[in-house]
Design a protein around this ligand. Sequence first.
Ligand code: ADP
Ligand code: MG
Length: 556
Amino acid sequence: MNDTDDNTNAEEGEASDDWPIAEETAEGEPVDAGDDTDEEPVDAGVTPGDVDDGMTEVPEVGDGEGLNTDTTNVDSSVDLDTGGVDIDRMLEDDGDSQGLFDDLMAGEPIFRNKEVLRPSYTPHELPHRTDQINQMATILVSALRGDTPSNILIYGKTGTGKTASAKFVSQELESTSQKYDVPCEVEYINCEITDTQYRVLAQLANKFIEKNTEVVAEKLEDLRELRSAAAEDADALTGSEFADVAAIDDRIAELEEDREGMEEVPMTGWPTDRVYSKFFDAIDYHERVVVIMLDEIDKLVEKSGDDTLYNLSRMNSELENSRISIMGISNDLKFTDFLDPRVKSSLGEEEIVFPPYDANQLRDILQHRSDVAFKDDALTDDVIPLCAAFAAQEHGDARRALDLLRTAGELAERSQAETVEEQHVRQAQDKIELDRVVEVVRTLPTQSKIVLFATILLEKNGVHNINTGEVFNIYKRLCEEIDADVLTQRRVTDLISELDMLGIVNAVVVSKGRYGRTKEISLSVPIEETEHVLLSDSRLGDIENAQPFVQARFDN
Ligand code: ADP
Ligand code: MG
């Protein structure tokens, strides 16, 4: 891999789900499979030893090199975000260095390459996933021998490296297949986006149609060359499969007819069996082993049942030239419970589990990435351990760990600090948590929003030990105010339990002695922000003055 790969990867990852496989590793150069040794990071640039005194790099700006005097017309009283740079001094200096922004950029002390911390970036090294990667490779190697690999089911919670590992393995598989010139292809589908049988089949069909069209075009070109050579000199056919020019013409006609049939499948509108047969024909057009990766497969099954998997899993008995193998990736450990038993046993021929990372493993992962992402000495010693500790509490989620580290860096950058410190990590944790809450609240169904709003009103009016009955009374009045259906108290109690599960309220059952038991409800999220999100909903926004509703509580 060369130094520029990091950037290309990141950008391509942003652009689409389908990552470029063949181009990346076309030379078949082995990519480090993520052993845990401390290797030189890919794009580390300056190693710590190179920086003479470990001092901040900010003084590069305006430290005597001087600036273009043309910039003196910039009004230095304007409140630019200068990253702590002394603009006046920069402007006084003369000389012929770069422009204003070049120097400000050079003064940026925190990030070297922030993209490396984004989820779209596919790392070249995956520490603590060597076992899982080797298991996948051991199963998939049959594809390189022309055999059909067993189907694989991969399980693990979000952020345990499933997608990253699967992409890594598929890149390796395709590059090796090119090296040895064996027909083996990998197709990746993210079922969170491609979430119906129609779309999965259409997307696969179109990919193979595209590839087949290329193959046909190449063949036609070769044949036409051969044909014109043979027209001049019949000896040109010696050693070829064709006896005469007419035979070539027949073959050309055949291929042209094939090409005619290779029309793209539209993304909607056809009957599903027509899409299926297009897909079937396209995949079977020539000999190959195809590994179909269905990421977030649980989302597909949840949304559209297991028909797709059923159809895919029985294809091999009917394919004549090609073979397929399915690799399903699921965040939900129980999703096979919903599958037809035949599908379940076929899909789960091999199972690989991705356990959550512990804090030490998360530390290693962050360390690897941060070497590339941050400038030297940009992090104080406690930053990575703290990010790792927070993310370990979030079921060992590496995505969360990376988000925290990136956000902490951004907060440090924004506050013009020269290093990322513990406080930035804590702020980042709060920010991410708040973002999560805002998103959850924003997407709640209207009824739940009204219930939550009722709780907020009570709490804002200083009511302690809020019980279900109180919430229900306010809820009822709010519904009347905005013309919403009023659910039963029992349903409202259920909605409160759901809000509890989402971590938005905390509902504890308390015993009231001989009066039975009731729930005491309190808010688990910041009140102002949550209210703000609720009122941004056009229906709830209609509630102008909520005070009377709370007053009414005492009337009941
Ligand atoms: P999943 O698919 O299991 O939800 P991902 O593979 O998307 O998880 O990983 C989440 C994030 O964490 C990605 O940015 C990924 O690059 C990173 N990541 C996960 N495991 C590792 C690892 N072992 N080494 C380096 N980065 C990792
Ligand atoms: Mg994933």
